[in-house]
Design a protein. Structure first.
Length: 93
């Protein structure tokens, strides 16, 4: 019986894990952004709430950019190819 060994690159695994986590966070950020836009368009929010949501989404976008830079990722790296279904995130770039 031949013993096979799986050679794992821990740096690559760590980067792939960070990429996956940031992809999920980016998906949630985009969903929250779309929901906020819908609520603003429906007129459900006060001017103060609109300002707070806008500021929060802007800060979250900046933080995502910082995290990508910190881990050597580009925003376009935060996506999953789902084969015939296309990509998980819409292309923004």
């Amino acid at each position: 019986m031949t013993e096979s060994r799986l050679d794992l690159d821990s740096d690559k695994m760590g980067r792939d894990l960070v990429s996956l986590v940031l992809t999920v966070v980016e998906l949630l950020r985009q969903l929250m952004e779309r929901q906020a836009i819908r609520r603003v368009e429906q007129g459900d929010l006060s001017d103060t709430q609109v300002d707070e949501i806008g500021t929060t989404l802007m800060l979250l976008d900046q933080r995502m950019t910082e995290l990508c830079e910190q881990h050597g990722l580009r925003p376009e790296d935060l996506n999953l190819d789902l084969g015939p279904l296309g990509t998980l995130l819409p292309r923004r770039y």
